[in-house]
Design a protein around this ligand. Structure first.
Ligand SMILES: NC(=O)c1ccc[n+]([C@@H]2O[C@H](COP(=O)([O-])OP(=O)(O)OC[C@H]3O[C@@H](n4cnc5c(N)ncnc54)[C@H](O)[C@@H]3O)[C@@H](O)[C@H]2O)c1
Length: 454
């Protein structure tokens, strides 16, 4: 049951991006910043400045809630390094806390899939932080795409220079398993391209020359084929001196200077016109029966409100997701899909061949994270609500044992007056507990099937 406004949120991870999220939560009248969690001692100061509590770990925060009889927060914004997202998000989900997880959703599609399975078991809603879907330039571009007629091609760039101290303060950014401009930045653009044009079918990528002594990549040039036949090119680097990137061109990130004269970081080419971003110019010849290179093109500017901050819109949407009013605008499958595109980029770089992007539906969850180790039924000897569970166990216990080859411990714990429940214990001590209260025998079977589906 979600409390009325304000919705209580925590921010987990307060490095580069966490404090920005925390500030938005603090400033928004419909959200309350309950705490910031980060093991780094200097992040205490960030919490103080925002008049909120600070904890070094999720477990310490939960202990505090329990000892002060406080309800857990309604949601958490996960801003920890990429390779920790799934672990941190899983821990929060085990307390039923809804999640806004920074992009990329995980470091592999398989571990992200295991998070999907786990959060759906826990009825935890997840929004993935591809916040540019909320950027007014992108929203307006999507609304106006039809003016280009039939889209044929797209061209884009994300080119800039990250300074050395960006890597010095957070060495995970130099590692190929978690950092690199492809996983950190290109993933945004590939998500946007899919958001605008639908699923990507195939990618061919060439690595750009490296200038740093890091394991992680520094950029690539891509050709992209979408499932609907649109083709495009995209170039991405974090070690060139250039303003041709989303941040410089749109002014989206307050830390990165806005160059408002930059045009054409995305160009979308169609049968009736071309849309250029972020100048939002449409070049067209809609006054003529047929387009021709022999006549000049007209230029039309799309007017809209650029002042809306994507982080604010994303946060308002997260509140609606938590309250069950909206489905996530960017769900785990969207996050996995963007990761699968990055996988295809990396495989193409490795093999020198074009690579078909794997379908999200074919991804199996990371078994290690989710192997079922034990089932535990709790029921009361006398309670009415436990009768269907007892019947279910009487009728099915033997076949359940056979199905699992007698390997899965199925424990039945009885005590007076307790409501019936089913707890599944997975690898690494992770537990899912589902209430069986009020369910008939078929409902108990379904609750069990949901857990065994994995
Ligand atoms: N949406 C965007 O525009 C955007 C921009 C920057 C970063 N990001 C993403 O945000 C995430 C964080 O990036 P960053 O650049 O802020 O990283 P960072 O290294 O600057 O900060 C990460 C913080 O998380 C803390 N941390 C690590 N493990 C933790 C745990 N278990 N519990 C609590 N805190 C923990 C670290 O101490 C650190 O302070 C990354 O996934 C990154 O890709 C998104």
């Amino acid at each position: 049951m979600i409390a009325p406004y304000p919705v209580k949120l925590i921010v987990v991870g307060a490095g580069l991006i966490g404090p920005r999220h925390a500030q938005h939560v603090h400033d928004n009248p419909i959200t309350e910043l309950m705490a910031i969690i980060d093991p780094q001692p200097d992040t205490k100061q960030i919490a103080q400045q925002l008049h909120t509590l600070h904890f070094p770990s999720i477990s310490k925060f939960i202990e505090y809630c329990n000892s002060h009889k406080l309800p857990y927060p309604d949601g958490a914004i996960v801003c920890t390094p990429n390779h920790t997202h799934v672990k941190v998000a899983g821990e929060l989900a085990s307390y039923g806390i809804h999640l806004l997880v920074e992009k990329p959703i995980g470091s592999t599609p398989e571990e992200a899939k295991s998070l999907k399975v786990y959060t759906s078991l826990k009825n935890v809603r997840v929004l993935v932080g591809h916040h540019r879907r909320f950027n007014p330039y992108i929203m307006e571009a999507k609304r106006n795409l039809h003016k280009c007629g039939e889209i044929v091609g797209v061209q884009g760039s994300w080119m800039l220079c990250k300074p050395q101290d960006y890597f010095d303060v957070a060495p995970w950014r130099t590692k190929s398993c978690a950092g690199g401009v492809l996983l950190i930045n290109l993933v945004h653009d590939l998500d946007l391209l899919q958001f605008l044009f639908g699923p990507i079918h195939r990618i061919y990528a060439e690595l750009l020359p490296k200038r740093r002594d890091h394991e992680a990549d520094e950029g690539a040039a891509l050709t992209i084929k979408f499932k609907n036949g649109i083709s495009g090119t995209f170039i991405c680097s974090d070690n060139v001196t250039s303003p041709f990137n989303f941040e410089n061109a749109t002014g989206e990130n307050p830390m990165i200077p806005h160059h408002n004269e930059i045009n054409g970081i995305y160009r979308i080419f169609g049968s009736k016109g071309t849309l250029s971003l972020p100048d939002m110019t449409i070049f067209h010849q809609s006054h003529m029966k047929n387009s021709t290179w022999l006549e000049p093109l007209l230029q039309e500017q799309i007017e809209f409100d650029v002042a809306k901050l994507p982080f604010d819109s994303q946060l308002n949407h997260f509140v609606d997701v938590i309250r069950g009013n909206e489905d996530p605008y960017c769900c785990i499958d969207d996050g996995i899909s963007a990761l699968l595109c990055i996988d295809a980029v990396l495989k193409s770089i490795d093999t020198g061949m074009p690579v078909i992007v794997e379908d999200v539906k074919n991804i199996k969850s990371n078994d290690e994270a989710l192997t079922l180790k034990e089932l535990r039924f709790h029921l009361s000897q006398t309670g009415e609500a436990s009768i269907p569970v007892r019947k279910f166990l009487t009728n099915n216990y033997a076949s359940l044992k056979t199905q699992s080859n007698y390997k899965l411990p199925i424990l039945i714990r009885e005590s007076f007056g307790i409501p019936p429940s089913l707890t599944a214990r997975f690898e690494k001590g992770r537990e899912v507990k589902n209430s069986l209260d009020g369910l008939d025998e078929a409902g108990v079977a379904k609750a069990l099937a949901d857990i065994l589906k994995q």
